[in-house]
Ligand binder design. Sequence first.
Ligand code: 13P
Length: 260
Amino acid sequence: MRDIIIAGNWKMNKDAGETAKFCGELKDRLADVSAPGLRVIVAPAFVLLPAAKQALTGSRIEVSAQDVSSHVQGAFTGEVSAPMLASLQVSYAIVGHSERRQYHAETNELVRDKVQMLLDHQIIPIMCIGETLQQREAGETEAVLESQLTGCLNGIELQTGKELVIAYEPVWAIGTGKTATSEQAQQAHAFIRNWLQARFDAQIAQNLSILYGGSMKPGNCEELISQPDIDGGLIGGASLKTDDFVSMVHTGISVLKKGK
Ligand code: 13P
């Protein structure tokens, strides 16, 4: 059975004090929560990764970066490398987020290099893909997903499928309050899993967690993650509030307990 992952992408929110406070509260409120098969992750800004790690010491909550350089080291001002993240024991990094694609012109080729770089340093990429509203309305959703998957995983080899996480984030649902319906999301997730099976193999496709992202919140989390191919959420806005985030972690546990 696949893990359920509840991951908070904080984007450019929370300073040092807020990070320490939020992580401390999370650690306390989730102290008794031990559900095999559940992974809880927070992704603060680069500079606050050590503060988050420190505040979460002794808890099972893991930390993710929001990006990584495609270069290993050298004259790349402003960049942060995979070895630097590994030296902080950061276990995950988000790559290919639509905001990086939109505001920093990131291409599938660049995302691919970042995925490879992370795999080479035993950091799990949370690789984001998803269509725009215009593409969905033009009936191009599957073609867009296919071309993103093909480009971002070009030449990438996986051993088990557990070393990579994919997040399906329809761009039109991010930060807009518009959530994909559970049917729309399930359909996209099933498409992604079938593609993975054809590109890799059935075992890898079954092991790999595919998260949904886009206006996920306590009110729609259960229905979304109860879908057969939705293995959790990559949550923006609602992950910034302790009550909401904790509530979605509990939803993850109850969905796991019910089995699906
Ligand atoms: P929202 O949950 O704020 O829509 O953001 C989703 C997202 O982009 C997570 O990476």
